[in-house]
Design a protein around this ligand. Sequence first.
Ligand code: SF4
Ligand code: SF4
Length: 386
Amino acid sequence: MKYRTNPKNGDSISALAFGFMRLNGRSESEIAQLVAYAVESGVNYFDTAYVYPGSESALGRALAAGYRDRVKIATKLPPYQVKSRDDAERIFRAQLQRLRTGWIDYYLIHMLTSENAWRRLEALGIREWIEEKKAAGLIRNIGFSYHGGREMFRRLVDAYDWEFCMIQYNYLDELNQAGRSGLEYAASKGLPVMVMEPLRGGTLAGRMPKEAGRLLREAAGERSPAEWGLRWVWNHSEVVTALSGMNSMAMLKENVRVASEAEAGTMSERELGVLAEARDVIRACMPVPCTGCAYCMPCPAGVDIPSCFSAYNDVAIEGRLKSLIRYAVRISGHEASLCVKCGRCEPHCPQSIDIRRELAAVKRRMEGPLLRPLHAGIRSFLMLQK
Ligand code: SF4
Ligand code: SF4
């Protein structure tokens, strides 16, 4: 495992961090095995959040097997659930209990959207609350996670004496959100940058258009698309660690291997050029830049927003028939056509997707009149299977 030094406090952090957001459906024993393998392989940074269902408790149980003192725990305070200082205290206490720990190493304000959002928290006394927690050793480092544009990112970096930050960064998003300029700005201020979505919710791990996959294979057939994506992130010296949502042993082992080899500044001009070409191909094919984070959920009308967009985007990657079948099978009862256009989901979307407009497009493409017989046929087939 390669380690990178946190420029603020000298912590030695594994280049690969374990993101605990995408472990839904894994049993407790599978999670325990993944965590044990990760820690024994040198992964020492685990990221979760109050709002990831079951995630903090699962991580707490897995680390209770003697691993707590060998790792840094990062978790997050959801600002939209904080209407008073007491709310922050209540949530923090619950987090310590779920995580079975007496302190949080890296504590983030989750998805901080604007300077005003931070000022609102300050007006509630959160700055003093954080300082008390830090003085008591309950919070070791305070930071924020961010999905907005680059100008606001700079303002947020300057709004408080943060000790780290977390941004979405991958070769598809080099110029999106905080992007490369944000990464460089934070680093210029001595602020450690943790990276989330290095493979953009799996899109860069293989669910990509055939033409992009072909470009990567021809350049280095032995490398998987995930390895290409992770190497690109670790090629940046400003990145302290990259979170990967590893939900299988095969994925974990591959990522550990790559994290043990990849060094900053070692990708060649040719390799970077190949990734730039693959990026252009992927961008041209994806109608909706959804990462599947599910922050927009639940929808009061029952729409499964991320699954609708995933099936819609996959038309370009898997072909129309396969995507239509997936849409009809997996999204049955949660289709785009259920959207009543209330707009409640949109403020929560870190990608600023016009969800109502895009769901209307999904409806046209995936539920048009000619497709109704296909949907009805699949539903009848599924009923017979029950
Ligand atoms: S706008 Fe549509 S998808 Fe969004 S919350 Fe309302 S009903 Fe659900
Ligand atoms: S629509 Fe936005 S909030 Fe919802 S899953 Fe996609 S990226 Fe996340």
